[in-house]
Design a protein around this ligand. Structure first.
Ligand SMILES: [Zn+2]
Length: 69
């Protein structure tokens, strides 16, 4: 490891399906909000059959929270 940036845990943001009213225990985690949106979009499509459009992504982003909080 080089540099002094905090890296105790690569995961820094998370998104829970239930935070948007979906009865699902999935918690998506990623290092950055951009990566998280990709993970959530993939999960939504695979598990819920929902294709995230811009509006849904904008809404999901408002539900992103720091991981472990
Ligand atoms: Zn889900």
């Amino acid at each position: 490891m080089t540099g002094s940036h905090r890296n105790e845990d690569a995961v820094s943001v998370e998104f829970r399906c239930r935070d948007v009213g979906v009865a699902c225990k999935n918690v998506a985690r990623a290092e950055t909000p951009d990566e998280l949106v990709k993970a959530v979009a993939a999960h939504a499509k695979e598990k819920h059959g929902v294709e995230l459009n811009g509006t849904l992504i904008d809404y999901a982003v408002t539900k992103v929270r720091p991981a472990g909080g």
